[in-house]
Design a protein around this ligand. Sequence first.
Ligand code: SF4
Ligand code: F3S
Ligand code: FES
Length: 234
Amino acid sequence: MKVKIKIFRYNPEADKKPHYDSYEIEVDPTDRVLDLLEYVKGNFDGTLAFRRSCAHGICGSDAVRINGRNRLACKTLVNELETDKILVEPILGLPVIKDLIVDMEPFFEHYRSVMPYLVNDEPEPRTERLQSQEQRERFDDTTKCILCACCTTSCPSFWASDKYVGPAAVVTAHRFIFDSRDRAGAERLRILAEEFGVYRCHTIFNCTIACPREIQVTKAIGEVKRAIATGKID
Ligand code: SF4
Ligand code: F3S
Ligand code: FES
């Protein structure tokens, strides 16, 4: 089939403002949008800039807006889009470095703010820190995050203020708060109860719709809000 792919282009060092380039290309319906970007770069314009690494939905580096919705380019097939017109733009709310590449540093700053690591200062046990299946299950969903930023950059509260810690950071916090081995849950809840913490979330659900790992992002945020309100981590 033939598709028309329209791609956002912007080089802040050379361009006064962004523009779009369009290409008509012959594709297979089961090609991925990442294949199309590679094709354009290889055959029409080698200066096209986009991130990719694994090409298999694991590294989280190729989040872009495809026909208005945040997705991973490597996990989006042409035939899923149900149209022969494909618009590819950078994710919103982070500064564009070039074309489809955004500066992820503000995103990772929020990530780091919630202490994204296990904290336990108790003396080391003789064997590993045991956990029951139920204890492990409690935070299983939020372990699946690949830090692609599809959620945070689809959230209107984040667009309104990039000081909002954002759903991805809350998902990471959830992963540790509800881990029975961790001892810094109360500290993370204190951080997330601050002005630009979890209460900036107005339950809009864009994050859950956008997540390529199908994490129940809004549910995790709700559980963190409840833990703050009740003072109980359970
Ligand atoms: Fe990406 Fe989902 Fe993690 Fe958000 S929660 S960063 S959408 S994997
Ligand atoms: Fe934003 Fe998701 Fe909350 S879209 S407002 S973080 S439910
Ligand atoms: Fe790694 Fe798409 S290139 S997730």
